[in-house]
Design a protein around this ligand. Sequence first.
Ligand SMILES: [Mg+2]
Length: 272
Amino acid sequence: MKSLLVFTDLDGTLLDHHSYSWAPANQALARIAERDIPLILSSSKTCSEILQLRRHLHNRHPFIVENGSAVYVPAGYFKRGAGEPIGEFESRFFATGRGKILEVLDSLRKSHGFSFRGFNDMTAEALAAATGLSREDARKANQRDCSEPIQWLDSDRALEVFREALASHGLNLLQGGRFQHVMGDTDKARGVAWLMQCYRNAWPDKDFVSIALGDSPNDRVMLETCDIPVVIKPARGEPLRLEDSNRVIYAEQPGPSGWQWAMDRLLEAYPG
Ligand SMILES: [Mg+2]
């Protein structure tokens, strides 16, 4: 008998792109919980943002934050331990820590005179205004492990010099919705692969099958790493196209409706 492991993106995948609701997936979520299948949230969100959602979902499994920068595992979840203890969790970092990133940004601002504004430079009010979040949610978005979102206030030409200078420090610049994200070299697949190994080590008798669900380019490597990739129709634009299309499931509906449809099929195909 196969044991399922489910890795899921949040925005636009389990959560509706506009309303952030997961209600259309409630039935599949309940069946997954009943069968005690690990549901692992994997997002560009921060640890504190995911913790809040995880509580609402009554989820007790490990989770992947900031695009694979770090993995958090409830203490004692894997008998042998899984990283550095932080409160009720054990964490494993896969990318440059934020403290180091801020040091590099500071030195580049001094040496080149670049003009930009990062989360760390903003007051709570300014951050809430810049993100469109409430002060409380902005505070959660600012509790970051391994990345710094910035607003670029300089020329396009200076941006290219900045990008090269970051690269010489092993850092990348990722274009997000409202901000550019300065972060180390990592992606969601690293956290996923590491966690899969933890499950296999902890339960060597089980025959795990991994499922990943996602809708965006930053989900591609996570989808490719898993046995069964599920591509969710994005709110805008064309769905991702993966090579090796035989094993890929394409959900025709966006967000949690597509999530429900695909998981229904998979739970039937792999009865507990
Ligand atoms: Mg997404």
